[in-house]
Design a protein around this ligand. Structure first.
Ligand SMILES: [Zn+2]
Ligand SMILES: [Zn+2]
Length: 367
């Protein structure tokens, strides 16, 4: 009798079914990951309620685990062996294009599930496609030859390593894309795990002013934001954020505005444009708003604003994030607030979307 793997499969909007899959054969150049922690983020909340594809999908794209089985060529090429703790990026690159050579696997067509029907991305790919185990909400995940792996540094717990994805995005978006550095003045909109990770990255890089905004339900998160280095926290349900930002910056505005909100529509974009300094600021935008009537293009030109799109993380930002998480410079355990077993997958995703008490949720299939 062959061994079975239990996985939580998304079968429709807000529907999870537990299914058994055959333990896959590990090819010479591939491996099998025993999932230790699968992090859950706002993207999961979004795609759980509105699945982007109809096929069954094992979600879970922020995965930490132990190499459980590995082929000979895999071990030789990767310098990894069975028992090693690794972070698997959710991108699976072709390893041949210009983006892959730069470590920008997120931009590779081989992992673009929107445009390429054969694209593979952990947590997004159809479970119908063999060998089926393409997501972290399961006991095991299949690692093909082109999975992108990072060794988890010695001393870093799997649970805290589970924050690597938002932290890597923090480094990528704030530092690499928007150029935050010494003496930068930054507005972070939204104090969820993503916004909090931006704050840590900005503080570490030398930002002299960090303002964070949130709503009434974010009260606890705003407190955590201050403990992680935010200088000012604004509850937008209590006060006018723009007025307050103008007051804090003596009318100068900020250098960079980072949108880490969820479901706030065009509001954070408009606030960001207004809050940026008179000339030459940088605005980081998300792609949630498909249409933007009356977009103030004139103001973008007038204020000489650079717009950057939030698009995941590159290889280097993951390495830096793992080191950041392994340093004791910030009380990062304030972020890892909740743990759920595999049988509670539905509740775990709902928890991320629901409460301001919840910051980072770890799905731990074996606990
Ligand atoms: Zn995510
Ligand atoms: Zn590529």
């Amino acid at each position: 009798m062959s061994e079975k793997v239990i996985a939580a499969v998304r079968t429709g909007p807000e529907q999870t079914e537990f299914r058994e899959f055959n333990m896959p054969d590990v090819p010479d150049d591939g491996a099998l990951l025993k999932i230790e922690v699968a992090g859950i983020c706002g993207t999961d909340v979004k795609f759980y309620s509105k699945p982007p594809i109809d096929d069954p999908v094992i979600m879970g794209h922020e995965n930490i685990g132990y190499i459980a089985k590995a082929g000979h060529t895999f071990r030789k090429r990767r310098g990894l062996k069975e028992g090693d703790l690794v972070f698997a990026e959710h991108y699976v690159g072709c390893m041949n294009c210009e983006h892959c050579h730069r470590g920008d696997y997120r931009l590779c067509m081989a992992t673009d599930w929107r445009k390429n029907p054969d694209g593979i991305r952990f947590g997004y790919t159809s479970a119908i496609k063999a060998p089926h185990l393409w997501g972290g909400f399961a006991q095991y995940m299949f690692l093909p030859w082109n999975a992108i792996l990072h060794r988890v540094p010695v001393g870093l717990s799997a649970e805290l390593a589970g924050v690597v994805t938002p932290m890597a995005n923090g480094i990528q978006w704030a530092l690499f894309d928007c150029g935050v550095g010494y003496d930068s003045k930054v507005l972070v909109q939204g104090p969820g795990q993503q916004g909090l990770s931006q704050i840590v990255a900005c503080k570490q890089a030398g930002a002299s002013l960090i303002i964070v905004t949130g709503t009434e339900k974010d009260k606890k998160r705003l407190e955590v934001a201050k403990k992680l280095g935010a200088d000012h926290a604004i509850n937008v349900d209590e006060e006018d954020p723009l007025q307050r930002i103008q007051q804090i910056t003596a009318g100068e505005g900020v250098d960079v505005s980072l949108d880490c909100t969820a479901g706030a529509g065009t509001i954070p974009v408009l606030l960001g444009i207004e809050a940026l300094k008179r000339k030459g600021g940088t605005l980081l935008v998300q792609g949630d708003v498909s249409e933007f009537p009356n977009f103030p293009l004139g103001k973008i030109a007038n204020k000489y604003i650079t717009i950057k799109a939030a698009r995941g993380h590159n290889y280097e930002s993951c390495e830096l994030a793992l080191r950041q998480l392994n340093s004791d410079r910030f009380p990062l355990d304030l972020i890892t607030t909740h743990r759920f077993g595999l049988e509670k997958t539905h509740d775990a995703i709902k928890a991320v979307g629901a409460s301001g008490e919840v910051i980072h949720v770890s799905l731990m299939p074996w606990s």
